[in-house]
Design a protein around this ligand. Structure first.
Ligand code: BYC
Length: 312
């Protein structure tokens, strides 16, 4: 058995040369811990993320819209399951991860602590939230941990459909009467800044980034990805006549990037501390679903055990 410094050296060399780390490979405990933290929070975000959109399934304005929304919400459940499974390859216990969500020990994306007040919010989530997720996750598809990177490939394909359906909802509203246009603009006014916060604190205030970048879990910094999202989203907004609620937003011809105003980090910090508009409601809904689903899990376990004894 090699000693720890030798194993660490080999691990760092693998990372440096772009070799993907697989579950049975040796890895530093800190790398494992960081991945479990980040991946489980990502899985929780997918599952909690079903709640604000699920709120509109019964009120979708047409059968076509209802079918699209149902498919999207089900996709998010699937994303949660892939990422929980990928997290289990690191030795994490799924029940314990879920418990950490319920007790407030584990975070989930700040964005899902905002309410969906109108149908236009479903368009804004698909276009902006999934748009932000795609920018973040296409980078994660090249991360150094194999099961996480592979999970991202299918997820990004599905998010791309979500992004288009959200944009199409808003484009239709913008072609409608003034009341619908106003509803679409109001949803963008409420969701734009929280979407920029999804990328996490600015680089100087992001305690985990340095280590995660070194290990190639993160391939770009929070600020780099936020900028990429802004640059690709503004022309889409202009195309359908939506305006971002940021008077400082302007295109810089020299850098060929959009400059933007100051993000309200105090709001972000409050939301991730549990004081956002819907934090209590979201965690309560997940706990309730977990309790109500207990009999299903017990029945499935009893069936699996019975099958095992019958086959042995
Ligand atoms: N919300 O050092 P930092 C979706 C926390 S779901 C809450 O920069 P890191 C979808 C951070 O955890 C997509 N917390 O952290 C689903 C850390 O706290 P801890 C969700 C945040 O990890 C349904 C602290 O702040 N995507 O697409 O280097 C419907 C310091 O931050 C947030 C993912 O989860 C936040 N926004 O970078 C529709 C992607 N930002 O843990 C759509 C995977 C930061 O030390 N995750 N914090 O207590 C990541 O890429 C990274 O973890 C982050 C943060 C960029 C989010």
């Amino acid at each position: 058995m090699e000693d720890i410094p030798a194993l660490e050296k080999k691990f760092e060399e693998k990372i440096a040369s772009g070799i993907v780390i697989e579950p049975k490979d040796w890895m530093p405990e800190r790398y494992r811990k960081q991945l479990i933290r980040m991946m489980s929070q990502h899985a929780h975000s997918e599952v909690v993320g079903m709640l604000p959109e699920g709120n509109w399934v019964t009120r979708a304005p047409s059968l076509r819209r209802k079918v699209g929304l149902l498919a999207k919400v089900q996709d998010e459940a699937g994303h949660g399951l892939y990422i929980y499974s990928a997290t289990e390859t690191l030795g994490a216990d799924r029940a314990k991860l879920v418990d950490d969500l319920h007790t407030g020990k584990a975070k989930y994306s700040s964005i899902f602590n905002y309410p969906t007040l109108t149908w236009a919010d479903i368009g804004a989530i698909g276009w902006l939230v999934d748009g932000a997720a795609i920018v973040n996750q296409t980078a994660l598809a090249k991360c150094s941990y194999g099961p996480y990177a592979r999970a991202m490939i299918r997820i990004c394909k599905e998010e791309s459909f979500h992004n288009k359906q959200g944009y199409e909802i808003l484009a239709s509203l913008m072609k409608g009467p003034p009341e619908q246009q106003k509803m679409a603009q109001d949803s963008i006014n409420r969701w734009w800044w929280p979407c920029l916060m999804m990328f996490g604190p600015s680089d100087g205030a992001s305690p985990n980034s340095e280590e995660l970048m070194r290990w190639k879990v993160k391939r770009y910094t929070n600020d780099e990805l936020r900028q990429r999202f802004i640059d690709r989203t503004i022309p889409q907004a202009e195309h359908i006549g939506l305006t971002m609620p940021d008077p400082d937003l302007k295109y810089n011809e020299t850098t060929r990037h959009y400059e933007f105003g100051e993000i309200n980090w105090e709001e972000f910090n409050q939301v991730i501390k549990g004081n956002g508009p819907c934090n209590y409601e979201r965690v309560h809904a997940r706990k309730d679903a977990d309790e109500k689903g207990l009999w299903v899990r017990e029945a499935a376990e009893a069936y699996a055990k019975k099958k095992l004894t019958m086959n042995s």
